[in-house]
Design a protein around this ligand. Structure first.
Ligand code: AMP
Ligand code: ZN
Length: 465
């Protein structure tokens, strides 16, 4: 079956074919580790996880590289402002290295909580300084750089097609870059490849280079690391949509200027998570929620968040609210209880995966990762007249391969409220007295409160809908 993915470079859904048949080189921009990841960031990593799982489900071997930005990302994306790592260190009274180690570990924990499969290669910007310097030297030798009082810059006017990814016209590019104007830059869109350490202060993170002591600009690390670890297999490069105009545009410019050929074939971008009212969730806005404070601390399974993200297509904005979390929590509980019932009734009898439903499920995934529709196929399967053992085998495969929701985990049912317990006791009495009309009336009353009432061999069962 063909896999179609939306390529930001061409603004179309294209049939994906890897450079080397059967295997894929995937690079996903990782976090800047000066603070916790917020759930907006994590939405992007869940989308990338689905992308990778779908490719594997299609029989492809995926080599996945993710970087950790532990130096060189300034508070403005256009090379002005302070270094996020050094600022984070000052804020917390720790060294920049300690800050990086702490938030990297926290990030990896977040990924584990969300069942995001680890990349094959983790790489830190600070571990690839020599490769970044070599790349800057190549650009220098080819005449793409110039020196200012604070660093070595890339001259974007020398690179044809600078706006190929962002498709911004010249005025929009200049306007975007004007905000943080650096008078020494030749063009507003030029960006730093290497920044010099200030003469009067010693930075915690700095290295010697052919141009003097300093540190790399933010964009150069992703070019150097993707080329180092993926070689010529530069198939797909991902990030959030905020990376299109500056970070990924600059990565393409410097990489293609250095090598003389195309950098990545596919560029894929996840749309933002907004808090209700359309406001972007951002660290700089101070409105950000983490997996810890929005889920784990409240005893809500973090996989509820993974499940919630599946309800919006990755290229559409997702609105976050308490209601959307409650709906996802109910939905996941419901799925798990349906699977628990399948396990109970089949006694774990083995069966083959249903080929027709698998094909339907994959058709949605292969249509640019359409998770809302893939979930609809799952519901259709559960409601179908297939045997319970076939349903169970098929759901388990979907879950292990793609969903990652631990659907066959037995969920501790939330305690029933006192009011429901009272009604249940009354209904028991009514049934003992063979007062069926009263028993039915109480059942309806319980169901109207959002519960399902079942009378089975073990007596009355009441579960939350
Ligand atoms: P950062 O740590 O700021 O470099 O961001 C890590 C990843 O999260 C990048 O791919 C960003 O594009 C992405 N991102 C940032 N904010 C959001 C958001 N509100 N929703 C979705 N993705 C985001
Ligand atoms: Zn990057």
């Amino acid at each position: 079956m063909d896999l179609y993915l939306y390529n930001t470079l061409t603004r179309t859904k294209e049939r994906f074919t890897p450079i080397q048949a059967g295997s894929v080189g995937l690079y996903t921009c990782g976090p800047t580790v000066y603070n916790y990841a917020h759930i907006g960031n994590l939405r992007t990593y869940v989308f990338e996880d689905i992308l990778k799982r779908v490719m594997v489900y299609n029989g492809l071997i995926v080599k996945h590289v993710m970087n950790i930005t532990d130096v060189g990302h300034l508070t403005g994306d256009r090379d002005m402002g302070e270094d996020k790592m050094e600022t984070g260190a000052q804020r917390e009274g720790r060294t920049a290295w300690e800050i990086a180690a702490h938030y990297t570990a926290a990030f990896k924990e977040d990924l584990a909580h969300l069942n995001i499969v680890d990349p094959d290669i983790w790489c830190k910007a600070t571990d690839t300084i020599p490769e970044q310097i070599t790349l800057i030297e190549t650009l220098e030798n080819k005449g793409f750089t110039y020196r200012t009082s604070d660093g070595i810059y890339f001259d974007t006017s020398k690179f044809d097609g600078y706006a190929q990814l962002s498709r911004q016209n010249r005025e929009a590019l200049q306007e975007g870059a004007r905000v943080e104007k650096n008078v020494e830059k030749r063009n507003p869109t030029d960006f730093a490849l290497w920044k010099f350490s200030p003469a009067d202060t010693q930075r915690q993170m700095e290295w010697d280079s052919p141009w003097g002591i300093g540190f790399p600009g933010w964009h150069i690390e992703c070019s150097a690391m993707s080329m180092k670890f993926l070689g010529k297999q530069l198939d797909i490069h991902c990030g959030g949509t905020d990376h299109i105009d500056v970070h990924h545009t600059n990565e393409i410019a410097q990489s293609e200027a250095a090598t003389g050929h195309k950098f990545f074939n596919f560029w894929m971008h996840g749309e933002f998570l907004n808090i209700q009212g359309g406001k972007k969730m951002a660290k700089s806005e101070g409105n950000f929620l983490t997996l810890e404070n929005a889920f784990i601390k409240n005893d809500v399974d973090p996989l509820v968040y993974r499940y919630a993200t599946f309800h919006s297509h990755y290229r559409k904005p997702m609105d976050y609210s308490d209601d959307s979390v409650a709906a996802a929590q109910n939905g996941l509980r419901n799925l798990r209880s349906q699977v628990a019932r399948l396990i109970d009734s089949t006694g774990d009898e083995q069966a083959a995966v249903h080929a027709g439903f698998k094909e339907k499920f994959m058709a949605q995934l292969n249509d640019d990762l359409n998770m809302p529709r893939a979930l609809a196929v799952l519901q259709e399967l559960l409601k179908s007249g297939e045997s319970e053992a076939v349903k169970l085998a098929t759901v388990r495969e979907f879950d292990t391969a793609i969903l990652g929701l631990e659907l066959d985990r037995v969920e501790e049912a939330a305690p029933l409220p006192q009011e429901v317990l009272g009604l249940m006791a009354m209904r028991k009495t009514a049934r003992a007295e063979k007062n069926w009309a009263e028993s039915d009336r109480i059942r309806d009353e319980i169901q109207a409160m959002g519960y399902i009432v079942q009378d089975g061999k073990e007596g009355m069962q009441v579960i939350k809908q």
